[in-house]
Design a protein around this ligand. Structure first.
Ligand SMILES: [Zn+2]
Length: 56
């Protein structure tokens, strides 16, 4: 299963979650930071996907 890495945009807390694709799609919309509870959580690109795009 892929590991998804996230970072809270509010407190900068980083955390990882392991989801199946289906689970991820269902839960990604209402993710919350485990530390401050903010829903402003950004997805970090995991190594899982870093093969094609190199845009910055
Ligand atoms: Zn936070």
């Amino acid at each position: 299963m892929p590991t998804y890495e996230f970072q809270c945009e509010k407190c900068r807390k980083r955390f990882e979650l392991v989801y199946t694709i289906t689970e991820y799609e269902r839960k990604a919309r209402k993710l919350k930071c485990p530390k401050c509870g903010s829903t402003r959580v950004g997805r970090k690109i995991s190594s899982f996907e870093v093969k094609t795009s190199k845009k910055s």
